[in-house]
Structure formats: structure tokens, C-alpha cells
Ligand binder design. Structure first.
Ligand code: IMP
Ligand code: MG
Length: 173
């Protein structure tokens, strides 16, 4: 595998993930049982590390999203490819996403989850690319703001490759 140059090293990512977990723990002391919803596929590694820094009773419910688009562009047409297996009515939900780019996927998802009447929904995203934002998304817990570059690794892919890279790198054209 050709190794993309690093943007965020494993150590930098791990330190930030620990801080995010601590903040989430602090903010959810009154939660009965938090439902953590990792968005597949991109956030599976991030979520696996993050929940080990959340010191609360929690459950994990995966949700798969696919945003149609050619190459590295999101179209805004979003499909749920795998849905929650438990109702979230009256519960505190934490959505865990890899990256908010145009924001179209998270807008679709947040509107969808709201119809299921949870007690609260918060969003934790590892990355945010504000340069490409098309809709404003409130990110309650954000790992890193990045420039407008296509990034891969630590769960993020390009054409399904590079998810196993232990750091976040920049895909060079
Ligand atoms: P959206 O444009 O905010 O809807 O982004 C939707 C999805 O596109 C994200 O959850 C990622 O899966 C993917 N995506 C956006 N930017 C990148 C990137 O730089 N690298 C890898 N995936 C990306
Ligand atoms: Mg994604």
C-alpha cells in the first residue's frame, strides 16, 4: 500500500480522543444510559477508541449511511444502509461521525433521528472541513478542524481503501 503523508499522527489522534471522551463523560452525568451511534463505515475505529474513554453506562447501536456521489464529492442524496436495532425514544444519543464535510449527511441523519423522539441527540465528529460546508451543522464534540484536503486512514476511505492506516493522511492526486 502506498503510504499517504501524515496530517494527524496516531499519538495526536489518541490524545484528542481521550479529551473528547472525558468531555462526553462530564456532560452526560445525568444520563440514564447513553446510546452511542457510530456511523458506518468511516467512524468504526474512532468510535472503538472513543468509547473506551467514556466512563458511563452506555450501549452501542450502529447506523450505516451512504451518501451517493462520484469520487470524492458528496451529492446530498443519503441512504440508510443499516439501521438501529433498538428504539431511541426518550434516550440520550451520541452520534459518532468520522468527518463533517458538506454537512448534508448529518443534516439528513439528525432530522431522521429527531422523528424518533430521543431525549437528546449530540454529535461527535473526529474531523470537520468547514471550507466545503453547505449546511450549518452543530458539532458538540469536535476532534480537529482541517483544510480542504481529501483525507484517508483511521477508518476513512477512498474507494474503500486506506481504512486500516493507523494515522490520518492526505490523499495526493
Ligand atoms: P458530507 O459531505 O458532510 O455529507 O460528508 C459525508 C461523508 O463523506 C463523510 O461521512 C465521509 O464518509 C465522506 N468524506 C467527506 N470528506 C472526506 C474525506 O476527506 N475523506 C474521506 N471521506 C470523506
Ligand atoms: Mg461517513
Amino acid at each position: 500500500m502506498k503510504k499517504p503523508p501524515a496530517l494527524l499522527s496516531t499519538d495526536v489522534i489518541q490524545a484528542r480522543v481521550a479529551e473528547l471522551g472525558a468531555a462526553i463523560t462530564r456532560d452526560h452525568q445525568d444520563s440514564d444510559e447513553l446510546v452511542v451511534v457510530p456511523i458506518l463505515k468511516g467512524s468504526f475505529l474512532f468510535a472503538a477508541d472513543l468509547i473506551r474513554h467514556i466512563d458511563l453506562d452506555l450501549s452501542v447501536e450502529f447506523l450505516g449511511l451512504r451518501s451517493y456521489g462520484a469520487g470524492t464529492e458528496s451529492s446530498g442524496v443519503v441512504q440508510i444502509t443499516y439501521d438501529l436495532t433498538q428504539p431511541i425514544t426518550g434516550r440520550d444519543v451520541l452520534v459518532v461521525e468520522d468527518i463533517v464535510d458538506t454537512g448534508l449527511s448529518m443534516r439528513y441523519l439528525m432530522e431522521n433521528l429527531a422523528t424518533r423522539q430521543p431525549r437528546s441527540v449530540k454529535l461527535c465528529s473526529l474531523l470537520h472541513k468547514p471550507a466545503r460546508s453547505r449546511v450549518k451543522i452543530a458539532i458538540d464534540y469536535l476532534g480537529f478542524t482541517i483544510e480542504d484536503r481529501f483525507v484517508v486512514g483511521y477508518g476513512l476511505d477512498y474507494a474503500e481503501k486506506y481504512r486500516n492506516l493507523p494515522y490520518i493522511g492526505v490523499l495526493e492526486a
